[in-house]
Every structure is written in structure tokens, then in C-alpha cells.
Design a protein around this ligand. Structure first.
Ligand SMILES: NC(=O)c1ccc[n+]([C@@H]2O[C@H](COP(=O)([O-])OP(=O)(O)OC[C@H]3O[C@@H](n4cnc5c(N)ncnc54)[C@H](OP(=O)(O)O)[C@@H]3O)[C@@H](O)[C@H]2O)c1
Length: 373
């Protein structure tokens, strides 16, 4: 544990934020929370005493706790001012997907505030922001950890950073990086057929089922456009040293039929998209049949070819006995091909989505920061 006390500012109390607070509340000697924000409201433990602290276990009722201050949303400078007035070090835990907050990370870091986050935006937008984040961390003597930006709680980023730091030569990274697309393809084109297998479903039926189960974003096109996978690949490629300018600077196969791409992302637009998706089922069926004729199955994957400096996101056929073809449910799988590991890659596999596992990655990052500050 650090020699000086550490104070926390936490932003975002959605699926991940709520699970994070629950896990934090069970930690012995957890740092004090002095700022807790959602989009419309901020709760502050007031300076200079920073007492009482915001209780992690009872944050939902904390706004009525005597001694805490309530306010509307704060600007990054206001958050910095509060977090730098504590008698110790501070860490900002960003559990939002807000690009504006992410673009302020350099300001936080230069002020000496460490960052822990599952928010991909800061690390997968313009390359200049990525560089600014890590340069600012060095200047501010602050730390930045973002394990849960790829593969949720799975040890993907830490594994890759360890491979790089110990001098292994990473030649290729390949995998299924989206829990949603994993579920869609594992259901649409399962490895089989077996006599007990249920009858095959059309693509649009599988998308509808995933949406009803809450596996997709409210607008499934936000999963089907491949952008979330492209952001994850951008992060991994940058860690191995490729200067990827932005997540749209390489080829991405979109699974949205062109004819449906411009329907607005309103509630009525999403309904229309879902209603019209069956018109295009034959396209996905053709892809599935083509793969079957070659004895394979189709999957949506991302890859980084380090030697060729190539990043790709899209559909590929895989042998039926391959690990990617046999993935289950909404699992992720990430294979690291390196000089040391030879032809058998180092593989990380498991659940790559969900509040609890994502929060575990965020909390584990926070523990590393506490050890290293
Ligand atoms: N869920 C997963 O499985 C998963 C997996 C890997 C990574 N992640 C990443 O984890 C992050 C959080 O995901 P989530 O599923 O928890 O999202 P969510 O349920 O939509 O929650 C987002 C939270 O952030 C708050 N928020 C948004 N913008 C804000 C702002 N500018 N200032 C203050 N609060 C703000 C929201 O406030 P309100 O409560 O007021 O709306 C909400 O509490 C995202 O970056 C996501 O990509 C999630």
C-alpha cells in the first residue's frame, strides 16, 4: 500500500460502475471516495476535511448523508481542483464511455491524478491523444491502467504489455473481441451439425434474440458496424508499437446492410432496422453456406499482423476444429503469436463482457495503482 493515503474520484454508476462500487465496498482498507458522479449529478466529500467519505456500499442513498455536498456535473478543471486538494494522492476511476472525459485524461495526469478505466475512447481515438496520455502520465508522475478496455476483465492488455516489456517479439494477434458478435456467430453458425442440434436460425432471428437478451447495444448497428472491435484492435496494435492513426484507418467489414445504414438511430429507426433486417438474410446465409462447403465456419475476428503493419476487422472462415470456431456463448478469445511461444500461441479466453467481470478488471487495475503509487 502507498505511503501517503489515496483518495478516489469515481465517475459513472452504470453496469460497470455499480459492480465496481460493490466490489470496492468489500475490500479491506479501501481508499476513501471523495467524488462520485453520474451524468446529471456529482456527490462530493467536502474539502478540507474530506469527511465523511462517500460510502461505496450505500452510494445510492449517500446523497442524503449529512456532510456530503451535491452538485450538478463538474468540468474536468473542477474535478482536478477537488482531487488535487486531498492530503495525499488521488485516482480517477472513469466508468463511463464519454469521449469528452477521455480527452481530458492528459489534464488529470499532468496534475498527478492517476487514471483507471474501462473506457476505450482515450486509447483508441486519435494517435495524438494516446501519445499525450502516456507523456502526461510520465510528466505528472501518475499512473494509467486500462485493462478492461479489451476483453473486459480478461488479462489481455497486461499479458501483451508483459510480452513486449520482456523483449518477446509479438508477430500476430488474432481473436474474437466482441461478446455480442461471438454470440451472434456461435449461434448462427455453430460447429455441428449434430442430431440433437436445434434447427438453424436465420441471421435476423439471431440478432433479434441477442437484442432481447440484452447482449447487443440498444441499437444493434453499434455492434454490427465493427467499430467497437476496431477500437480494441487499435489499442493492441499501439501497445506493440504500430502507430495506428485512428480506429477507422484500416479495413473494417460492417455487418450492416448498406441499405439500412442511414436509418436514424432513434427508437422508431431501430424498430425499422429490426423489421427490415430479414430482407437481407440471404446474404448472411450465403456466407455461411460458402464456409460450410469448404468444411469451415464463418466468424467475426480482428487481427494485427505486426510485421506487415496490418490491422483488419471482419469476417473470416475457420476450420471446425479450431479454437475460434469452438468458442461458446459470448466468450472472447485472443491469441498472441510470438517468437518465444512459437507456433502454439499464448491464448486468453473467457467471458469478455458483463458488469461484474469488467469491474473486476477495473478493481485489479486500481489495486496495482495503489501498490505502485
Ligand atoms: N458493460 C460491459 O460489459 C463492458 C465491458 C467492457 C468495457 N465496458 C466499458 O465500461 C464503460 C461503462 O460501461 P457500462 O456498461 O457501465 O455503461 P452504462 O451502463 O451506460 O453506464 C455509464 C455510466 O456513466 C455515466 N456517465 C456517462 N457520461 C458521463 C459524464 N460525462 N459524467 C458523469 N457520468 C457520466 C452514466 O450516467 P447516468 O447514470 O446518469 O446515465 C452512467 O452512470 C464503457 O466505457 C464501456 O465501453 C463495458
Amino acid at each position: 500500500m502507498p505511503s501517503k493515503p489515496v483518495y478516489l474520484g469515481i465517475i459513472g454508476v452504470g453496469g460497470v460502475g455499480t459492480a465496481f462500487l460493490k466490489q470496492l465496498s468489500r475490500l479491506p482498507n479501501a481508499p476513501s471516495i471523495v467524488l462520485l458522479a453520474r451524468s446529471s449529478q456529482t456527490l462530493l466529500s467536502p474539502a478540507p476535511s474530506f469527511s465523511p467519505a462517500i460510502p461505496a456500499a450505500d452510494w445510492q442513498t449517500a446523497s442524503s448523508t449529512a456532510g456530503l455536498t451535491k452538485s450538478g456535473p463538474l468540468s474536468p478543471s473542477e474535478i482536478i481542483s477537488h482531487l488535487t486538494s486531498v492530503p495525499g494522492r488521488s485516482v480517477l476511476v472513469d466508468n463511463t464511455s464519454d469521449p469528452a472525459l477521455a480527452s481530458a485524461y492528459p489534464q488529470f495526469l499532468r496534475a498527478g491524478i492517476s487514471i483507471v478505466t474501462p473506457n476505450k475512447k482515450g486509447f483508441s481515438s486519435d494517435l495524438s491523444l494516446w501519445k499525450d496520455i502516456f507523456e502526461s502520465a510520465a510528466r505528472g508522475n501518475a499512473l494509467v491502467y486500462h485493462e478492461s478496455t479489451v476483453g473486459a476483465g480478461l488479462p489481455v492488455i497486461s499479458t501483451l504489455r508483459d510480452l513486449v516489456a520482456t523483449g518477446d517479439e509479438v508477430t500476430r494477434i488474432e481473436g474474437v473481441f466482441s461478446g455480442t458478435l461471438s454470440f451472434l456467430f456461435n449461434t448462427f453458425a455453430p460447429v455441428g451439425p449434430s442430431s440433437s442440434a436445434p434447427p438453424a436460425k436465420q441471421w435476423s432471428e439471431v440478432v433479434r434474440e441477442a437484442k432481447e437478451l440484452g447482449y447487443t447495444e440498444p441499437d444493434p448497428r453499434d455492434d454490427l458496424n465493427g467499430m467497437d472491435v476496431a477500437r480494441k484492435l487499435t489499442i493492441l496494435a499501439r501497445i506493440v508499437g504500430l502507430e495506428v492513426p485512428s480506429p477507422d484507418s484500416f479495413p473494417i467489414d460492417s455487418l450492416i446492410p448498406e441499405e439500412l445504414a442511414s436509418i436514424p438511430s432513434t427508437a422508431a429507426g431501430i424498430d425499422e432496422f429490426m423489421k427490415r433486417l430479414p430482407e437481407f438474410d440471404s446474404r448472411m446465409a450465403d456466407l455461411k453456406t460458402k464456409a460450410e462447403l469448404a468444411g469451415k465456419v464463418v466468424r467475426y475476428v480482428g487481427s494485427v499482423d505486426v510485421g506487415k503493419k496490418e490491422v483488419k476487422v471482419g469476417l473470416q472462415q475457420f476450420d471446425k476444429d479450431s479454437a475460434i470456431a469452438n468458442l461458446k456463448g459470448s466468450d472472447n478469445i485472443i491469441s498472441f503469436y510470438t517468437k518465444r511461444y512459437g507456433s502454439n500461441p499464448l491464448i486468453v479466453q473467457g467471458s469478455g463482457a458483463g458488469g461484474e467481470v469488467t469491474a473486476m478488471g477495473v478493481l485489479a487495475d486500481l489495486l496495482k495503482v495503489l501498490e505502485r503509487l
